[in-house]
Design a protein around this ligand. Sequence first.
Ligand code: AMP
Length: 293
Amino acid sequence: MSVEIVRTVAGIRARVAAWRAEGARVAVIPTMGALHDGHLSLVREGLARADRAIVTLFVNPRQFNSAADLAAYPRTEEDDARKLAVFGDGLVLFAPDGDEMYPPGFATGVTVSGVSEGLCGAGRPGHFDGVATVVSKLLLIAGADVALFGEKDFQQLQVVRRMATDLNLPTEIVGCPTVREEDGLALSSRNVRLSAEDRLRSAALPRALLAAARRLEAGAPLAETLAEAEDAILAAGFARVEYLELRAEAGLAPLAVPDRPARLLAAAWMGEVRLIDNVPVAPARAQAGLAAG
Ligand code: AMP
């Protein structure tokens, strides 16, 4: 048993029109496939908020800034379709090919400034233009009431929120918590590229982020706390820390102290595999006290 796969924009539009005629609410969950429990948590949340759901599967070439990364990205459509079958016939998989999404002559791009700058935007030029372009297309194609995104890609979630607000897209954007392995590593389609040994070492990334978050909440100084976290990540076997930064949750402004709800965000390279993660940081107790007083 497998889920129904729709390959064309016209096909998905017809399906949504039929659902709407029945009075159904519709959710959309954009993905690049190689589905894992993180993706499936978004599907469950979507079906809790709507009657029908569209999972999109499109490995979007425009958001890859390295041809090697695009070529190495896992493609497991048959498995993905099987994993979605458990949700029954209230769900379809929209899996267009490249020409369906970007026909010859395609010439439009969506750029979001501000929240797309720095962090992943610094190391992956053009990445968020590709994300904003494909997500705005997918939201307009699906015409859904609600779209689900993971906090795992925290900056992406902020870019999508900004884009949906600025373009008056009628779809509500909902962020969902990061699903993790037992040792804390965030589920990611890229984890399958880690060797068994590197997979075990990779749990040092969320461990270091969580330890640093607790210290910052207790009032520890930022530079020293981030330096210690970076040392711990490198000592565990990561080749490089691309960034490790404290940012405000709303708007992603860089922070020197967590005086408002914040996130500690990192990207680090385990061999050839780039992993990203982030954890919430509550306002430091002293700061919260000052603000309250
Ligand atoms: P991707 O297929 O990696 O582009 O991800 C598709 C969606 O799933 C995005 O909204 C991601 O943020 C979300 N996602 C990926 N990994 C996780 C995870 N471990 N927990 C929750 N959501 C996730």
